[in-house]
Design a protein around this ligand. Structure first.
Ligand code: RIB
Ligand code: CA
Length: 311
């Protein structure tokens, strides 16, 4: 399985990258970065840190530093810390740095080199994917699949726009372009995230392990969970990006899914960035996403164990 991972490397993104990098039957062709959880330079630095800790060499590229239209401001410090990785106390000396060239061009060129082979996993705002679409409208026909972490299909969001989920809320115009152009994306929404938390005993086991990989996992989680509980979020371990990566790597872990048409609200003063979902499926508009609803969490736990284990 050939992957390009588009990320706004925050804490759960870092874990998703580690999960893919540690999966023996996945080949991460490259990693593309996009502004979202934190500014682009910190996203780039954090991808480098993940590669340092994993001691793996995968090319990564700078992407969009701002959304297409929406103003960006740093809003997720209480989740991802001021550095995007939970305010890591100790980072290994940086040994991995972004390659020259733009992320969007890499997505296009690599899809041309391997038509039909690459799965693009978008675990941040969809700015890079939208730009790639504008430069090359044939992109959807050359990717094997687009997998998206984003959206809230039942109007329970996680941002100041109550029904909007963060990745869509960050760049609604980009998300609109992507949902209008891709007709069969696999979607892991915020609803799916809430319905499929990582079991606490699994989490406790993961953070108790030795080695630098488990240490990065533990230390990046530590601050996030404390901050989330102080902010009144429920104590369960929510894993949006790693859940998305798990079902990408192991589609058999998807126990239930639904097909819906999803579009993005661009103008509502109380709903801009909301994913508007046709749950009735009897109108003439064809579904454009397969949205995951239930996941076999034992298999997800195995994928976590695989990336925290010392090599
Ligand atoms: O809403 C969850 C998403 O927003 C995740 O991708 C997380 O990393 C943040 O970017
Ligand atoms: Ca993310």
């Amino acid at each position: 399985m050939k992957l390009i991972i588009d990320t706004d490397a925050g804490v759960d993104d870092a874990h998703a990258l580690m999960m893919a990098l540690a999966c023996l039957d996945a080949q991460v062709e490259c990693i593309t970065t996009v502004v979202g959880n934190i500014d682009l330079e910190n996203v780039v630095r954090n991808v480098g840190t993940v590669l340092d800790v994993m001691d793996l060499d995968v090319p990564f590229y700078r992407g969009a530093a701002l959304p297409l239209v929406a103003p960006w401001k740093f809003e997720t410090e209480f989740v991802h810390g001021s550095d995007g990785l939970g305010d890591l106390k100790l980072r290994p000396p940086a040994r991995h740095f972004p390659a020259a060239g733009h992320a969007v061009i890499q997505i296009i060129e690599r899809s041309k080199e391997s038509p039909g082979d690459i799965t693009l996993v978008a675990i941040g705002p969809l700015t890079n994917v939208a730009l790639a679409l504008r430069l090359d409208p044939d992109l959807p026909h050359r990717l094997k699949r687009l997998v998206i972490m984003g959206g809230s299909l039942n109007a329970v969001g996680n941002t100041d726009i109550f029904p909007a989920e963060f990745n869509i809320y960050c760049d609604p115009e980009a998300a609109h372009m992507v949902f209008e152009s891709f007709t069969d994306s696999l979607l892991v929404s915020w609803d799916a995230t809430l319905a499929n938390p990582l079991p606490t005993p699994v989490f406790e086991e993961l953070i108790s392990q030795p080695g630098p990989r488990a240490a990065l996992y533990r230390e990046s989680c530590d601050g996030m969970l404390k901050r989330l509980s102080e902010a009144g979020y429920e104590a369960s371990v929510l894993i949006p990006d790693t859940l998305t990566m798990a079902v990408t790597l192991r589609p058999e872990l998807i126990l239930a899914s639904e097909n819906h048409h999803v579009s993005v609200e661009l103008t509502g003063s109380l709903s801009r960035g909301q994913t508007i979902t046709d749950h009735r499926n009897w109108v003439r508009v064809k579904p454009n996403v397969v949205t995951v609803t239930e996941v076999e969490m034992g298999g997800v736990a195995d994928l976590f164990q695989q990336f925290v284990a010392p090599v």
